[in-house]
Ligand binder design. Structure first.
Ligand code: ME8
Length: 677
């Protein structure tokens, strides 16, 4: 059996901060990669960034930096691409940047090879170009005269360019799509054939002279390699194809699957196979085109300003809950409408209620009734063995049994789960795999109610063995589900295994059969793995976090009052008596939202009272003991019926349009009454 699995994400444009839509694509790929590792396969998981092209060149110019500086910041900087994948616990084995030297020199060789074999030739490009998408379109492909991908205006473009003989490969590519399972889901095949191949595949423009931020065509200075040839090649250059810096091409190529969003299926299922045919290389086994995350019905995209920030969600709900939500809620392959409410509901229903409750109720009962260790011999009974044998005797997968005795149903469902899960994962349907797991979890919760362990516990002498067996069945069900949930929520499952006392040997793919957990495993009641989320409070907090992030992204604008033109003579200035004062007491003035009343030591031996309208910025208890500055020879003033003798000195400015005030606080070593001069 071929024991390797090579899986890739698209390489992302580092033109803006990534959003939850990108995260969706990468998390799904990570789940599949982790699943294959769990099965003991030798996995190569590649992701990276696609850093060339006019869009990046333009953005860098706007930002006043070089293109490389620009992409470095988005790839390596705070909340950059690498940082986000670390946060989301992405387990990629390699990360490629198309500005990496080895990639650039390999792409030059790839381009030359295709040129030398006659598949690349020089011509004049005339057509419609969508700048934001960096895509060329023919007249017939435009929708209402606009870019079919993003709906924006396209421009007429004409320049000397190299072309790839895509038309030459039309029949072979058509055959690949129609007669094999190369492109998944199958529903995407028709779209590709009808929209792109049958109308006639035109040769593809593969070089540009109108911008310079790209890989130079080494035999024709002035041309840079058009971005899709550069980008698609990453899948082989990262394995050392035509370079010595990387390795693994012989081991891992062809890829088992390229996971991509639906708008780039065209490039992966038509252009990429044709390029590989031209290079005489094997074709990837599958391309899977997933759907989009939508917000209010349209594709989430930075350029539309409707993006959701994965950092905010991960901070609020935890990385595993976010990963789980993305995979559980949206059928992979279809579009899905993102909503915070949906996320919270999923956490509460599936994680807090179903999974969380199963684990916390079971571990609590093992602790309460058996002090954390079930008695030896309570595990798999002879009856269970007979049942399991019967269930596994057929060649096909175990089917769920309904209407039978609770033990029979639970054992049948839990021990048959792996094969249903395996089928779902083989179809690139992680949402179906989760659906199967949660059917079992829900059945286990029902099993608790049916067996009422608390009632059995009333007569331990008589019911003790049955109670222990029921709890063992629950622990074993939770364990099997947890192993299969590991690719989705790796960190939480480690905690779950600790709570149910499952050692590493009971966390493996091979262990997902009934009866592996020791009947005397040490069970601990640990932290609540998935706390319930208060919907209203969480929605409010998300809104506040979004606004704060928006403000931070806009940059802080600080304004200070202009300095006065009018001069003041020195003698007049000297008449103002500024003194150091210490706060002895401070309280809020009743019925006033603004005023604080200060009792101050001003060094005279008699307390001084000053009122100050600064409650918006300070709580009175935070100011007691502070050393401040006051002007003490202003005439007394009454406010809210109280006398104020002087004024505390503070500094003010506005930040993002909001007034900010800071009391001037000085070194506590300065004695009260010291004069400022
Ligand atoms: O396309 N929902 O890069 P990219 C789901 N550089 N997926 C989404 C999404 C959304 N709202 N928004 C983006 C590129 N994506 C090229 C790839 S590969 C050789 C070159 C997905 O940063 C999108 O569908 O624009 C794509 O699969 C991936 O994020 C990268 O998009």
């Amino acid at each position: 059996m071929d024991n390797k699995f090579y899986i890739t994400t698209p390489i992302y444009y580092p033109s803006d901060k990534l959003h939850i839509g990108h995260t969706y694509c990468t998390v799904a790929t990570d789940v599949l990669a982790r699943y294959h590792r769990l099965r003991g396969e030798d996995v190569m998981f590649l992701t990276g960034t696609d850093e060339h092209g006019q869009k990046i060149e333009d953005k860098a110019r706007e930002a006043g930096v070089t293109p490389k500086e620009f992409v470095d910041r988005i790839v390596e900087g705070p909340q950059g691409v690498l940082d986000l994948w670390k946060l989301m616990n992405i387990s990629n084995d390699r990360f490629i940047r198309t500005t990496d030297g080895y990639h650039m020199s390999s792409v030059q060789k790839i381009f030359k090879k295709m040129y030398e074999n006659g598949d690349i030739y020089k011509g004049t490009y005339k057509g419609k170009y969508c700048k934001p998408c960096e895509s060329f379109w023919t007249e017939s492909q435009l929708v209402d005269g606009k870019c079919p991908d993003c709906g924006r205006e396209v421009q007429d473009a004409e320049e000397e360019a190299y072309f790839f003989r895509l038309s030459k490969y039309a029949d072979r590519v058509r055959d690949l799509l129609v007669s094999t399972d190369f492109l998944q889901p199958r529903s995407r095949v028709n779209e590709m054939v009808k929209n792109f191949i049958d109308p006639g595949l035109e040769d593809l423009c593969v070089s540009r002279t109108s911008f310079t931020w790209g890989i130079p065509v080494d035999f024709d200075p002035g041309h840079v390699v058009y971005v899709w040839v550069d980008a698609l090649s990453n899948y082989i250059t990262a394995l050392g194809y035509l370079n010595d810096e990387k390795d693994g091409y012989d081991r891992y190529w062809p890829a088992d699957v390229h996971v991509v969003g639906k708008e780039i299926v065209r490039f992966h299922s038509i252009i990429w196979p044709a390029m590989l045919m031209s290079l005489d290389l094997p074709l990837p086994k599958h391309v899977f085109g997933h759907g989009w995350l939508l917000l209010d019905g349209s594709k989430m995209a930075k350029s539309k300003g409707n993006v959701v920030d994965p950092y905010i969600l991960a901070r609020q709900f935890g990385v595993d809950a976010l990963r789980f939500f993305l995979m559980r809620t949206f059928p992979f392959g279809s579009d899905g409408n993102f909503a915070n409410e949906l996320l919270i509901q999923t956490i509460n229903t599936d994680l807090a209620n179903d999974l969380g409750n199963l684990v916390s109720r079971t571990t609590a009962m093992v602790n309460k009734f058996f002090g954390g260790n079930l008695p030896a011999g309570c595990g798999v009974s002879d009856e269970d063995k007979a049942l399991l044998e019967k269930l596994h005797s057929g060649d096909g997968p175990v089917v769920s049994v309904s209407g039978g005795a609770p033990d029979v149903e639970l054992l049948a469902m839990a021990s048959g789960l792996r094969s249903l899960y395996e089928d779902a994962m083989a179809q690139f349907a992680p949402h179906k795999a989760l659906e199967e797991i949660f059917k079992v979890i829900q059945r286990a919760n029902k099993y608790i109610d049916e067996n009422a362990p608390w009632a059995l516990a009333k007569d331990m002498a008589f019911n003790g063995p049955r109670l222990a067996h029921v709890l063992y069945n629950l622990l074993e069900t939770a364990r099997i589900c947890a192993v299969l949930l590991t690719p989705f929520m790796p960190e939480s499952m480690v905690k779950l295994f600790a709570q149910i006392g499952a050692p590493e040997s009971a966390q493996t793919w091979d262990s997902t059969v009934w009866g592996v957990l020791s009947d005397t495993a040490a069970v601990t009641k640990g932290e609540n793995l998935f706390p319930r989320v208060d919907m209203d409070k969480a929605l409010e907090e998300l809104e506040a976090a979004k606004e704060a992030a928006l403000k931070a992204a806009q940059g802080t604008t600080i304004e200070v009052e202009p300095q006065l033109e009018e001069k003041v003579d020195f003698d007049t200035f000297c008449k103002s008596d500024f003194r150091v004062v210490k706060v002895k007491a401070c309280d809020a003035v009743k019925k006033s939202a603004k005023l604080l009343r200060f009792t101050l030591d001003d060094g005279t031996g008699t307390d001084r009272q000053i009122l100050s309208g600064i409650h918006k910025w300070y709580e009175p208890e935070d100011l007691i003991g502070k050393t401040l500055v006051a002007i003490v020879n202003l005439p007394p003033r009454k406010m809210m019926g109280l006398e104020s003798n002087g004024m505390l000195i503070s500094a003010i400015h506005t930040e993002n349009g909001e007034e900010c005030l800071h009391l001037i606080m000085v070194d506590d070593a300065i004695p009260a009454g010291a004069k400022l001069c």
